[in-house]
Design a protein around this ligand. Structure first.
Ligand code: NAD
Length: 414
């Protein structure tokens, strides 16, 4: 996990550097945009269920708010450290800019392994952490969201803790349950966005989506919803995997039945009469679209030579390392970048915030319609930049995003 995160952040950094060079940004400005606005490290003291006092370290990094309040998730993981949080915060600045939503980028985390703690302990940790970062958050200042190992229950505790101090404020976090002001369509949003981007990429690379073959690595929130919507578009999903292994069938997998199976069993293991292959093998099977939707650095120097697809759709964060990307570009295999592909989640988080601020609720079809239009618009901007500057999609995405942030930054700095 640690190495995966650092390889993905290296890939981000090299894409950033290439993009600022292509944009012709002055060195001082490029450096300034890379420096976080504020970094807060906090102690999170709490009592364990047995009465003992324990203490954890938490972080909130606010990277850039030139285009709007800081926005980004909070993760609970024993590998969380300031470098990881810093790198993820900057990625949020570029992602929100690319989708043209009025936010900056932030990220936070607490360094601990939640599997070693009870639910009541995690509640106490969450409330203490939120109290500790309270001075720098606010619905017009910094709006956290769920990330690895945090969910709508954790967001409910955050919202409650903040509201105890500041009065009822549902707009302080997104990713809340529907009962507390969460948005319709949020759960499926990242997978839906991934499917929309795949469909748009099919048009650009002249692939008939209704006749295309798709392989998806990871069948969690993102992978399973992407499979559902791509199946509805008429794609043939020929291979999927989860942490327990992969299934493959050139004739296509019955996705509707697999989704029902996974709902009960929480894994794809044991489903149907399909070929069982390893997760590594799955990534090397011939297909039109290869969609890594599980881990960072899934496609790396070790396996990239065997990748045999027409287009890679980066649904996970940082699934293709910088070196692997160079190899793929040489082979003319396009990579549709993560900051575009998986931005459906933060886009509907933004819709949730807008609904909370207006004290108004949109229907699921309104949310989906607005998501569709945001994703298609962002895709067009990236593709146009790719064509006009003759650059890979990953670099084009950073160029679009950095250009918007730098323009706002220049207008604001005194
Ligand atoms: P998840 O925990 O719901 O699902 C992860 C899936 O990957 C599971 O099916 C798991 O079994 C599988 N997996 C784990 N190791 C694997 C391996 N070695 N081989 C194959 N499959 C493996 O997570 P998620 O929310 O679906 O997120 C997936 C990725 O998308 C992550 O990189 C995440 O950071 C990124 N992402 C998620 C969202 C979101 O809204 N959920 C938004 C942006 C980015």
């Amino acid at each position: 996990m640690k190495n995966q995160t650092s390889s993905s952040s290296n890939a981000t950094l090299s894409a950033y550097e290439e993009a600022v060079n292509k944009l012709g940004l002055k060195k001082n400005l490029a450096n300034a945009l890379n420096i976080p606005d504020r970094e807060l490290t906090v102690e999170v003291p709490f009592r364990r269920d047995n009465g003992e006092i324990d203490s954890l370290i938490g972080y909130r990094v606010q990277h850039n708010n030139s285009r709007g309040p800081f926005k980004g998730g909070i993760r609970y993981h024993h590998h969380v450290d300031i470098n990881e949080v810093r790198s993820l915060a900057s990625l949020m600045t570029w992602k929100t800019s690319l989708l043209d939503i009025p936010y900056g980028g932030g990220k936070g985390g607490v360094c601990f392994d939640p599997t070693n703690y009870s639910k009541t302990e995690i509640e106490r940790i969450s409330r203490k952490f939120f109290r500790a970062i309270d001075p720098i958050i606010g619905s017009n200042q910094d709006i956290p969201a769920p990330d690895v190992n945090t969910n709508s229950q954790v967001m409910s505790w955050f919202m409650d803790e903040y509201s105890e101090i500041n009065g009822y404020t549902p707009s302080i976090v997104t990713g809340k349950p529907l009962e507390l002001g969460g948005s319709e369509g949020r759960e499926a949003a990242t997978g839906r966005g991934t499917a929309i981007i795949t469909r748009e990429a099919a048009k650009s690379w002249d692939i008939d989506i209704t006749k295309s073959n798709v392989i998806i690595q990871g069948f969690g929130n993102v992978g399973s919803y992407a499979a559902k919507f791509l199946n509805e578009y008429g794609c043939k999903i020929i291979g999927v995997s989860d942490v327990n292994g992969a299934i493959f069938d050139n004739g296509g997998i019955d996705i509707v039945s697999l989704l029902a199976y996974q709902e009960n069993s929480k894994t794809i293991k044991g489903f149907g009469n399909y070929d069982l292959i390893t997760n590594d093998e799955l990534l090397t099977k011939k297909c039109d679209f290869l969609i890594p939707a599980a881990l960072g650095s899934a496609i790396n120097s070790g396996n990239v030579d065997k990748v045999n697809c027409k287009v890679i759709i980066e649904a996970a964060n940082g699934p293709v390392t910088g070196n692997a990307a160079i190899n793929l570009w040489k082979r003319k295999i396009p990579i549709i970048p993560d900051i575009l592909t998986n931005a459906g989640g933060v886009t509907v988080s933004y819709f949730e915030w807008v609904q909370n601020l207006q004290q108004f609720k949109w229907t699921e079809s309104e949310v989906n319609m607005k998501l569709e239009s945001k994703m298609v618009e962002a895709y067009k901007c990236v593709y146009n930049m790719k064509v006009s500057k003759n650059t890979p999609m990953r670099i084009a995405a950073f160029m679009v995003a950095i250009d918007r942030v730098s323009n706002a930054y220049k207008l604001r700095v005194g």
